[in-house]
Design a protein. Sequence first.
Length: 229
Amino acid sequence: MVKILVYTNFLHFCCLQLCLKFIIMPTYQTEQLIQQLEEQTKTFLQKAISEWQLSPTSKLLQQPAENKWSAAQCLEHLNSYGHYYLPAIEKAIETAKQYNWTGKAQFTAGRLGNYFTSMMLPGTDGKKMKKMKAPKNHTPKTDLDADKVVSEFITQQEKLLQLLEKARSTDLEKARVPISIAKFIRLKLGDTFMFLIAHNYRHVLQAERAMEAPAIKREERTAMKSFEV
């Protein structure tokens, strides 16, 4: 079963690469790209410190609708990705240092990395982001310690800022990071940063919506469940 799953993932990867082959990839000025990613991360960090860290636990844990994530669940989901990607990024930067892969003035996104990043963002026409089912190992529980979740999110955003600073002197194309769901796929370091921060943005927006929505009362939950078949 495991061999079949790996083979299926590999075939999907090959097909996707073929589809993306003739798309021209965007090129960025490295310093401007890192500055933009830092600004986005600082925005998330500031929101966590000035708002979420001071919010009542009940507010962080409230679900906006039946089977919808609370703000704490959104952040816990991000933390679960951070547990994998932050050490993986740090390792890639250390490897680049060992091989003397120093920074370049420009960075060109990879086909797959650009695709992954684009999937995370809302369309330019204002359309809602495409819904995606979280992998089982990244699906958060409902009974969370909200304060601990927010604290971990803050720590991870601070670590991410440190890694972005180190990346200034690193070749964002040569340094590679294996993705969490299929480690034989290795994204450029620059793509990994862009994907991770776009993913953060996606779920920070979701957390904001959860915080703004009115909490579902116990009797409303019971009424909803009574209609389930």
